[in-house]
Design a protein around this ligand. Structure first.
Ligand code: ADP
Ligand code: MG
Length: 591
């Protein structure tokens, strides 16, 4: 007796529906996407019984011809793609032709539509996926879909629904996400006969302005207004974001919205990048509110990896991570007023003749440029340094003076009558990072052979991945080889030779390279991952005055001296005016 048989079509369709439609909110998401795809400028939603009894979506989009009203409910019926290659240039939300089929399979649906330009309206009615009637209807604008008695024929699924309150909150979230992603479209949500949400269209102004107005509606005016805007762009990828300021983090994670090509998604890489930027400021259990809108060329993102398209995959994951982490980090630091060492206009500024080359001259400045003004707080002798012609150091702060070390962690300088505090560990990380990155990019990383190879204990899976990365490791100065069941390290980059503990470096490196964000090989990433381990001066190292000055000088030569590779600030400045203000003086004392 054969035991394998084909399932009847109505069973197949209910099983298939389960992948796309698992609760009222997923119906709503699909139907809103269809309205947006139809070019709607206005979308009105009404629900009864938390969406179980009725979900009604009315739009003013381009509508459908009678024949399409019928065929839209067939499986894999779509107007959006014709063949597989169209997926690479996809600009619509839908493409599988599955949503209406799936919704209809598990509910009682009525669709009324009028195609733009037509004088006739059409209405079709389905029950459990079967057409029960179709006829002409009064011509109204766009399309109205009513979904009743959701899961009436799949009672098992109905049992998985949560409380009304929970399902309602999911419904509202769907509208909020769609609204944030489409500030030009107006949305309304009525629940159990009561108006719950109403977002007017924000078409005027730029995208950033429209997003802020919409965020004020969705997140509330206070939160929305206080958020910082960040914009960035690389390789065709664009980021537009609104972010909590570093000092107004929330007790909930739920105020984060990630929109990729206007599609609300959950993505680990994006979330990790966001949290990386907040790392220096974030206490446990506090979270940023954020609206991250990414525009990615369609061929660089795969939305076809999850039935509900809630997950996406990026082709250049690492570049995206960098883009978000850097833009967010920069925005947060700038808002906090973290200074760089760049002189203010006026005193100590670059002589006019050299200004056009700026900032190139910074790259050639040497430690001893600080020396003429150098002495210790106690007035002790300054280290020997060759006298430099005055004008070479012309655009440096003239009176940068080392005052001393605090807690063997911070270096204090007087800076043009103000106080400059440097985090020595963050500064050292930045300096090492740029040096090392430069070496990696030039393809010449000086290495240091270890006197004794260092064995590293790791689980077999990690050993395999790392041995697979051997070439890449070599390029960044590490050589590893199998050692028993584990592996050992034979050489490390010379930049780490002063490092207290090579094993730490190696462990940090392994952890970095095996993290999900490391999937894409990228010099910047490799350098960051490697530096992530505490290879540099540890906080609590004591530095001699000469070393402190040397460190600051090296920091100055960095392309991005204001923060460490992980985005922690390297320095804080209280300038003359700020000091005077804090002491409530009428003005800064003359220098
Ligand atoms: P997909 O969106 O993947 O194409 P759907 O099952 O969601 O599949 O929809 C099938 C088709 O029905 C769409 O391709 C579109 O042509 C049409 N359609 C659905 N909803 C609407 C709407 N609100 N306005 C106009 N056309 C619609
Ligand atoms: Mg669709």
């Amino acid at each position: 007796m054969p035991v394998v048989r084909l399932l009847p079509p109505d069973v197949v369709s209910r099983i298939a529906a389960g992948e796309v439609i698992d609760r009222p909110a997923s119906v709503l998401k699909e139907l809103i996407e269809n309205s947006l795809d139809a070019g709607a400028a206005r979308i009105a939603v009404e629900t009864l019984g938390a969406g179980r009894e009725l979900l009604r979506i009315a739009d003013d989009g381009r509508g459908m011809e009678p024949a399409d009203c019928r065929s839209a409910f067939e499986r894999h019926a779509t107007s959006k793609i014709a063949d597989f290659s169209d997926l690479d240039s996809l600009c619509t939300f839908g493409f599988r032709g599955e949503a209406l089929f799936a919704v209809a399979a598990v509910s009682k649906v009525t669709l009324t539509s009028r195609a733009a330009g037509s004088r006739k309206g059409w209405r079709v009615e389905l029950r459990g996926g079967r057409l029960v009637s179709e006829r002409e209807a009064p011509p109204s604008e766009g399309t109205v879909i009513e979904v009743r008695d959701l899961f009436f024929n799949t009672p098992a699924r109905a049992k998985f629904l949560k409380s009304d309150a929970s399902e309602r909150s999911h419904l509202a979230r769907v509208v909020e996400e769609a609204a944030l992603a489409n500030p030009g479209v107006s949305f309304s949500l009525k629940s159990e006969g009561r108006g719950v949400l109403r977002f007017d269209s924000h078409a005027a102004g730029g995208a950033a302005e429209a997003l802020r107005l919409r965020a004020c509606e969705v997140l509330g005016p206070e939160l929305g207004r206080g958020m910082l805007a960040a914009e960035a762009k690389t390789d065709g990828v664009e980021l537009l974001a609104l972010l909590s300021a570093a000092d107004s983090l929330q007790a909930t994670r739920s105020l984060q919205y990630v929109l990729v090509n206007r599609r609300p998604v959950a993505n680990r890489t994006v979330q990790q990048a966001l949290y990386r930027a907040y790392e220096p400021f974030r206490a446990k259990n506090r979270h940023p509110a954020a609206v991250l809108c990414l525009t990615v060329p369609p061929d660089q993102v795969d939305v076809n990896v999850h039935p509900t398209k809630r997950e996406v995959r990026f082709r250049k994951e690492q570049a995206l991570y960098e883009l978000i982490a850097r833009a967010a980090s920069r925005t947060l630091l700038t808002a906090k007023g973290i200074p760089t060492l760049l002189p203010q206009a006026g005193r100590g500024s670059l002589p006019p003749a050299r200004q056009p080359e700026f900032p190139a001259p910074r790259l050639h400045e040497a430690a001893h440029a600080y020396a003429p003004a150098f002495h210790t707080a106690s007035g002790g002798a300054r280290p020997a340094a060759p006298e430099r012609p005055r004008e070479e150091a012309g655009w440096f702060p003239q009176s940068l003076r080392y005052l001393g070390q605090i807690e063997r962690s911070y270096l204090a300088f007087e800076n043009d009558g103000g106080l400059l505090v440097v985090d020595q560990h963050a500064a050292q990380e930045r300096v090492l990072f740029e040096k090392y990155l430069g070496q990696i990019l030039s393809g010449e990383v000086p290495v240091q052979d270890l006197l004794l190879p260092i064995p590293v204990e790791l689980p077999a899976s990690a050993v395999h991945s790392l041995l697979g990365l051997r070439k890449r490791l070599k390029k960044i100065g590490f050589s590893v080889e199998p050692f028993g069941k584990s592996l050992q390290v034979l050489s490390v980059p010379a930049v780490f030779q002063k490092s207290a503990d090579v094993k730490d470096v190696v462990h940090g490196l392994l952890e970095g390279l095996l993290s999900p964000a490391a999937a894409a090989a990228d010099a910047r990433y490799d350098a960051t991952a490697t530096i992530a381990c505490k290879a540099s001066v540890k906080a609590h190292d004591s530095l001699s005055p000469a070393e402190a000055v040397e460190l600051l000088a090296s920091l100055r030569r960095c392309a991005d001296p204001s923060c460490c590779p992980h985005g922690r600030p390297t320095m804080l400045n209280l300038d003359r005016a700020e000091l005077a203000r804090r002491f409530k003086r009428s003005g800064a004392p003359p220098l």
